[in-house]
Design a protein around this ligand. Structure first.
Ligand SMILES: [Zn+2]
Ligand SMILES: [Zn+2]
Length: 237
């Protein structure tokens, strides 16, 4: 079925989901290169801790980060979850447009190069999906991007160490407190020796309130990790 679809897509060129221009033959990304270049990196001001975009002149560490304990060291995100970025992530996640893996991965690598000191990390981990959800989605995009970064920077990526041991409700429509409760005790570190005293770069696709990644950080720190920095493709505003 997938093969037939791919063949049809090659014969009848697709149009860009954003600007509706016809894509070059063989371009299966559903987004034209021009629209892709319109994805902008998140610009200051944003919270130095959680990365949430701030209004000008707001305190550089947001109110929530001042008030609540955070287990992560810092959350970094490439772009806002809107426009082309949102469309691309939804196409990859739900319509399995795997042709988008490469251009989105390149955005992450460019972000790493320009904004992070990669020597500060000992290993890369993806935020895991629950087993049945991973089967249903066919792949975990966080894992695909984590592998790209790990390979590019020759960092170890330990598969199936951080696990999601409980299926969690979808987070959309939940308030911050409900989100926190929804992911509580949902993760487990299987081999503590792999993370002990390590500085970890944890990868996910989207960050909303940071509840999921913070819960991951909590179990990683409990398992002995030294610190955890988060990198996500997108961030809700
Ligand atoms: Zn376009
Ligand atoms: Zn913050």
């Amino acid at each position: 079925m997938n093969l037939i679809k791919t063949l049809l897509d090659l014969i009848f060129p697709l149009e860009c989901r954003i600007c509706k221009k016809t894509l070059a033959a063989g371009n299966l990304t559903y987004i034209c290169p021009e629209c892709f270049t319109r994805i902008r990196f998140i610009k200051e001001p944003y919270c130095l801790k959680c990365g949430r975009p701030l209004r000008p002149f707001e305190n550089r560490v947001c109110k929530n980060c001042q008030k609540e304990k955070r287990f992560f060291k810092k959350i970094c995100s490439v772009g806002l979850y809107q426009g082309v970025m949102r469309e691309a992530i939804l196409l990859l996640k739900y319509q399995k447009v795997k042709a988008l893996i490469s251009p989105l991965g390149k955005l992450l690598l460019k972000y790493c190069q320009e904004n992070l000191k990669m020597n500060d990390f000992d290993l890369v981990l993806p935020v895991p999906l629950y087993r049945s959800k991973r089967r249903e989605r066919e792949f975990n995009q966080a894992e695909v991007f984590a592998r790209m970064i790990a390979e590019h920077y020759s960092l170890p990526l330990f598969q199936k160490n951080l696990l999601r041991i409980r299926d969690t409700r979808t987070m959309s429509g939940l308030n911050p407190e409900e989100r926190r409760r929804n992911v509580k005790d949902a993760f487990l570190v299987k081999r503590k020796e792999e993370v002990k005293n390590r500085r970890i770069l944890l990868i996910d696709d989207i960050c909303t309130t940071g509840a999921t990644v913070d819960e991951c950080c909590k179990v990683l720190l409990t398992a002995g990790a030294k610190e955890v920095t988060i990198l996500t493709l997108a961030r809700t505003s």
